[in-house]
Design a protein around this ligand. Structure first.
Ligand code: NAI
Length: 338
């Protein structure tokens, strides 16, 4: 039995989370879900964006599955997502970008890994108004966090036999902050001679990616560049509805999709749960349920191959619920025939 903290989130969060939980339950693995509200919904109930019970649950279970949480733009509370990553020192944001069968894209056969620093940079949220009409936002880069994320990228690459890491930066302009990030990456790279190490400036990276994404293997980025580039890369494989993510620390891990709460389609039962489902496959591997992970991934790919029950974002007509039913059915067919 695995006890997992569940954060359904808001917007399309509860719809995609519900679909994923049903699929995970159908694997036969035993889960006990501890479910909590977060963000605006939690604030209404408890006057806290991240309730103490939720934080205690993650601390206890060390693994959470999370739907998206809306962050108000320009005003209001700061991001509950960023706060969670900071609170549990989930320093590595890990996003594999791979095509699913049957999803037409401009770029078949993409296999990119995005490793994003998750705790500092411009996301430190240290902003203030100097005088009316002038604000200051501080970008924090530390040797400790930069070395830690570089080491994560190199260790992952060594383990998974990836060949090449590119650190992405703007050290031509931000000489001190991005300069430090690069220095740390270079230092760590010396310990991994079997992995080719390179550096590209972020604007050039955007162009290079669109021209030829196959030239990259693992991308190592500080927080903001990682945020932007991972959405760009999501488009290579069919969009935000598909790409999974994991926030990893030394103690805890939170698995969540790359996409947000998609208010434009919330409550209509049309959101694609694939991104969260693929995140949950990363979670299954993390908790040692490799067999279930492989079965869910295979069932998902079968549903994509058959093209009959796809959601609207990738040209189908199926609802969120129908898509989840199809994955469950594909899993039981596979189990019966294996
Ligand atoms: P978004 O990712 O929610 O939506 C962007 C576009 O992609 C929309 O057209 C949406 O309909 C579509 N889309 C996203 N996920 C989809 C899915 N599963 N199936 C089908 N279509 C999907 O980005 P947006 O609109 O910028 O952000 C909305 C809110 O979400 C904001 O408050 C933002 O702060 C928050 N957010 C939360 C994240 C998290 O909880 N980790 C991550 C990103 C954004």
């Amino acid at each position: 039995m695995h006890t997992i903290t569940l954060i359904p989130g808001d917007g399309i969060g509860p719809e995609v989370t519900n679909a994923v939980v049903r699929i995970l339950e159908a694997t036969g693995v035993k889960f006990h879900w501890e479910s909590f509200a977060a963000g605006a919904e939690a604030y209404e109930k408890y006057k806290e964006y991240l309730p103490q019970e939720l934080l205690a649950s993650i601390e206890r279970n060390r693994v959470a599955l999370k739907g998206p949480i809306t962050t108000p733009i320009g005003t209001g509370f700061s991001s509950a997502n960023v706060a969670l990553r900071k609170k549990f020192e989930l320093f590595a944001n890990f996003r594999p970008i791979r095509n699913l069968p049957g999803v037409p894209t401009r770029y078949p056969g993409v296999d990119l890994i995005i490793v994003r620093e998750n705790t500092e940079g411009l996301y430190s949220g240290i902003e203030h108004e100097v005088v009316p009409g002038v604000v200051e936002s501080l970008k924090i880069i530390t040797e400790k966090a930069s070395t830690r994320i570089a080491r994560f990228a190199f260790e992952y690459s060594r383990r998974e036999k990836r060949k090449k890491i590119f650190a992405i930066h703007k050290a031509n302009i931000m000489k001190l902050s991005d300069g430090l990030f690069l220095r740390c990456a270079r230092n760590v790279s010396k310990e991994y001679p079997e992995i080719t190490y390179g550096e590209h400036i972020v604007y050039n990276t955007c162009m290079q990616l669109v021209m030829n994404p196959y030239q990259y293997d693992v991308l190592l980025l500080e927080n903001l560049y990682g945020d932007i580039i991972s959405d760009l890369c999501a488009a290579f494989v069919g969009g935000l509805g598909l790409v999974p993510g994991a926030n990893l620390g030394t103690e805890c891990a939170i698995f969540e999709a790359v996409h947000g709460s998609a208010p434009d389609i919330a409550g209509k039962n049309i959101a694609n749960p694939t991104a969260l489902l693929q995140s949950s496959v990363l979670m299954l591997r993390h908790i040692g349920e490799t067999n279930a992970a492989e079965r869910v991934q295979a069932a998902l790919e079968r549903v994509y191959q058959s093209k009959e029950k796809l959601t609207r974002d990738i040209g189908g007509t199926a609802s969120t619920t129908e898509f989840a039913d199809a994955v469950i059915a594909a899993m039981s067919v596979a189990t019966a025939t294996s």
